[in-house]
Design a protein around this ligand. Structure first.
Ligand SMILES: [Zn+2]
Length: 94
């Protein structure tokens, strides 16, 4: 019996956690419920939905912490206007 092979570009996988899309460095598709770690360090269990189930009301924002790590690992320059405020608050030393 033949299979229906579906290729997925893992470089184009941007997991969304609480309306923020992240970058991750996965080398295989995770199982549903398997924890995956984003470049920024956030971790959450994988969940899959078809694109038709995307939330069109709340558009996901980009995680700039992931973007910073992604660019630094590839030797890419920072965005021309710099990075916006971190998505995750950074504690201030006293
Ligand atoms: Zn992130």
């Amino acid at each position: 019996m033949s299979t229906a092979l579906i290729y997925i570009n893992l470089d184009a996988v941007h997991p969304i956690i609480n309306s923020v899309w992240h970058r991750t460095n996965i080398n295989r598709l995770p199982s549903s419920g398997e924890p995956i770690t984003m470049l920024c360090g956030a971790t959450a269990p994988a969940e899959f939905e078809g694109a038709a189930h995307r939330d069109v009301i709340r558009v996901a924002r980009q995680c700039w912490d992931c973007e910073r790590v992604y660019r630094e690992k590839r030797g890419l320059p920072a965005p021309p206007n710099g990075y916006p405020e971190p998505a995750h608050p950074v504690p201030h030393p006293r």
